[in-house]
Design a protein around this ligand. Structure first.
Ligand code: ASP
Length: 337
């Protein structure tokens, strides 16, 4: 039986058109796809229905409410379709694919995010291959998780990162192997795919207010700057440190600012600024000092995935203690243990 896929068009370069101020989101995606995919080509692809959101966005405008809309839309259509494709801008796609992986857990159908670097309306678009690949993968019943497909690579959604602003190779999965590749044949690394044993769980709560912020260390960062940042009304902070999770342990005032914040119930998670790698706060004294200040190591979770994990857990009403306990627990394949 032919598979039926639900395609959600949220905006992004894939459907953009040129304007006086540069590319901007534009509607009528279905007409564009029909123009690019003649009937005899469409006949080779899974059937799909496309929904176009009323407010199409450049994904740099993404807000938690957009995540709620996407997750709710998938949950509402979950039983009627075999798989889902989300057309999304590349700039924040790794955040959205991470967030949806936490909101829709134990999936038993594929949810594939994709987009493009050049719009579909342009001659050299990469959007067509990305769309056709994502649609094909969304019909593959071996996939039971949120993925990101781009330029022939299938990646776990909460492991992917935008790594390049101008190559077609826009995404990579620095701390986890690709789940598959689409060349002449589509090959999946089945042993890497999630195999949920529990029923799908839709946790659609998504606080519209931001509860999570990101603090990046830089040479010469001051205790005052750190304290002022941590005093902002956020419940959790990701601190992007050096190497395996090191910070300026020679600055006692800065360590005191961290300790004061964690003692007051703020969550601070240590992630590395390196593109690839994992945090081990005990490897160096400069990392141990952060652990002693109450900072929690986030291992190899990407900044995007940790941001969404924290946002999700706080949105679900978890206490700081409960959130802290889940940071190093694998919820949706986002962390290597
Ligand atoms: N600014 C665009 C967006 O994220 C970039 C893209 O889609 O490639 O919506």
């Amino acid at each position: 039986m032919t598979k039926k896929i639900y395609v959600i068009y949220t905006g992004g370069t894939i459907g953009m058109r040129p304007t006086d101020s540069g590319y901007a989101p534009s509607g009528n995606m279905m007409a564009l796809l029909e123009e690019k995919l003649p009937e005899h080509v469409q006949a080779e692809l899974p059937d799909f229905d496309l929904v176009e959101y009323e407010q199409l966005i450049d994904s740099s405008n993404i807000r938690p409410d957009n995540w709620k809309q996407i997750a709710t839309d998938i949950a509402d259509h979950y039983d009627q379709y075999d798989g889902f494709v989300v057309l999304h801008g590349t700039d924040t796609m790794a955040y959205s694919s991470s967030m949806i992986s936490f909101m829709l857990r134990n999936l038993d159908k594929p949810v594939i995010f994709t987009g493009s670097q050049i719009p579909l309306c342009e001659a050299r678009t990469d959007g067509l291959e990305n769309f056709v690949g994502a649609l094909t993968l969304a019909a593959d019943e071996r996939i039971k998780e949120v993925c990101l497909y781009f330029n022939g690579r299938l990646m776990r959604g909460n492991r992917a990162r935008k790594q390049n602003a101008y190559l077609f190779d826009a995404f990579d999965s620095p701390n986890f192997p690709w789940l598959g590749r689409a060349d002449i044949n589509i090959e999946l690394s089945e042993y890497l795919l999630l195999k949920p044993s529990q029923k799908p769980e839709f946790m659609l709560d998504c606080d519209s207010n931001s509860n999570v912020a990101i603090l990046q260390l830089f040479p010469g960062i001051t205790a005052d700057f750190v304290e002022a940042t941590l005093n902002q009304p956020f419940k959790a902070f990701i601190m992007r440190t050096y190497g395996t999770g090191n910070g300026p342990d020679g600055d006692q005032a800065l360590l005191d600012a961290l300790k004061k914040a964690t003692d007051s119930g703020k969550i601070i998670v240590n992630l590395t600024q390196c593109h690839r790698g994992t945090v081990h706060q005990g490897s160096y004294a400069a990392g141990s000092a952060l652990a002693n200040a109450g900072v929690i190591g986030g291992l190899d979770t990407t900044t995007e995935a940790m941001f969404c994990k924290l946002h999700h857990l706080l949105s679900c009403g978890k206490t700081p203690e409960q959130v802290t306990a889940q940071i190093s627990i694998d919820l949706a394949g986002e962390i290597s243990l």
